[in-house]
Design a protein around this ligand. Structure first.
Ligand code: F3S
Length: 399
């Protein structure tokens, strides 16, 4: 790789131990992917924040970096942690886990990372613009940033995102390059789509097709009439989970679609395809529902206002987690939505979510509107998962 004099000096350890480590990670990555040079990034989002995933080795690495002079060079935010940083006791988190999780947050904070733990950083002040090079790690956020915002990022791992944050650069390869952003498959949607759970189902259908192809694809999706921010974030989470997709184009909706409309036969997606995947997550009577959650990806203020409207004056009968960022929760506090929600018995699980919190064994059956949460409910926590519309999820919590 061609490194500038400044980058060579960082690699030689002339700034700090942590900068040298960061440069080693970036140069190794650039070498693997044949990058010719490093490019500046203006925004970073780091994953691997939950102590449940990091473990002791991960915490030690972060501590070593913080003690070794690590300091962020660009705006850097965090993915969800394993607990609500302030109200972890309400979520039944053990003091031992909380102690370790707080040490992780503390290490990031010492490095200058903004410890807003959210997978929707674009709703909390980390909002890159079209064409901006960034280094984000959370798969749903990467897909949203590339596709909906038109920013440019590969899907970073936790260490490579941290390395980009500490140096302000990343190797130029993958989705930073124009040539890799062109559509390689086309899907035509022959059914009406609305609501987050149906967009999640569409992400499953397309994601699985891509996964089966054994190749990395950039799908072009046509014939969707409209999609809200909430529907797009649900779709991004799902297609990234089921297809490993980091970039798609949606005709008339995403900013690069007009540039990359492909001349290839479309693959039709029917209502039957959508129903088939929804049928995988339907209710049966084998286990009663004992856990309800909304907020994968983290809820927008519009979604929280809807929950408040549906819960006003009512009482929930099951554990109901509302997962969002602390910033969005603060707006909900100011609007009085939080009081209505908490009076119903539902709880805010801020900074975390039903996937990254250490809750294996606590519940048996999860109800949610999120295809991604359903996937991980089964594979990570061994819960049965049921997917339904946003409104029906709230009704289930009240039933
Ligand atoms: Fe976010 Fe957790 Fe879902 S990190 S995308 S809420 S699995």
């Amino acid at each position: 790789m061609n490194l500038t004099a400044k980058q060579q000096s960082m690699l030689a350890g002339e700034s700090s131990f942590a900068t040298r480590k960061a440069m080693e990670i970036l140069v190794a990555l650039g070498t693997i992917y044949d990058a010719e040079r490093m490019i500046p990034v203006s925004s970073v989002q780091i994953s691997g924040v939950s102590y449940d995933n990091l473990g002791e080795a991960g915490l030690q690495f972060l501590d070593e970096m913080a003690n070794g002079g690590a300091q962020t060079q660009v705006l850097t935010t965090l993915n969800p942690a394993g607990m609500d940083i302030e109200n972890w006791k309400v979520l039944g988190i053990s003091p031992d886990f909380a102690n370790h999780q707080l040490q992780v947050i503390n290490a990031f904070s010492r490095m200058g990372v903004i410890t807003s733990c959210t997978c929707t950083p674009y709703l909390s002040g980390n909002l890159p613009h079209f064409g901006e090079n960034i280094a984000w790690a959370e798969s749903s956020a990467v897909c949203f940033a590339n596709s909906v915002l038109g920013a440019r990022t590969n899907r970073e791992g936790g260490p490579s995102a941290l390395a980009a944050a500490l140096t302000g650069i990343t190797p130029e390869y993958g989705y930073h390059l124009e040539k890799n952003r062109a559509s390689t498959l086309q899907f035509e949607i022959n059914t009406d789509l609305s609501e987050t759970y149906r967009f999640g189902a569409l992400g499953m259908v397309i994601g699985r097709y891509i996964e089966k192809s054994g190749k990395k694809h950039v799908p072009f999706i046509r014939n969707i009439q409209a999609a809200s921010l909430e529907e797009l974030k649900s779709f991004c989470a799902s297609i990234a989970t089921f297809g490993g997709t980091s970039l798609f184009h949606m005709e008339g909706i995403t900013p690069e679609a007009c540039q990359y409309s492909p001349q290839i036969d479309p693959i039709p997606v029917s209502e039957e395809d959508i129903q088939n995947v929804l049928n995988e997550f339907t209710q049966d009577n084998s286990n009663p529902v004992d856990f309800v959650s909304l907020g994968c990806p983290h809820l927008s203020i519009k979604e929280i206002s809807k929950i408040a409207e549906l819960l006003r004056g009512k009482k929930v009968t099951k554990s109901f987690w509302i997962t969002t960022s602390r910033t969005t929760k603060k707006i909900a506090d100011g609007m009085g939505y939080s009081r209505i929600i908490e009076e119903s018995g539902a709880v805010f699980a801020v900074d975390t979510c039903c996937v990254v919190a250490p809750i294996q064994g606590r519940f048996t059956t999860l109800v949610t509107d999120s295809a991604k949460a359903c996937y991980y409910a089964g594979s990570k926590n061994h819960f049965k998962a049921i997917m339904m519309s946003f409104e029906n999820v709230v009704s289930e919590a009240l039933r």
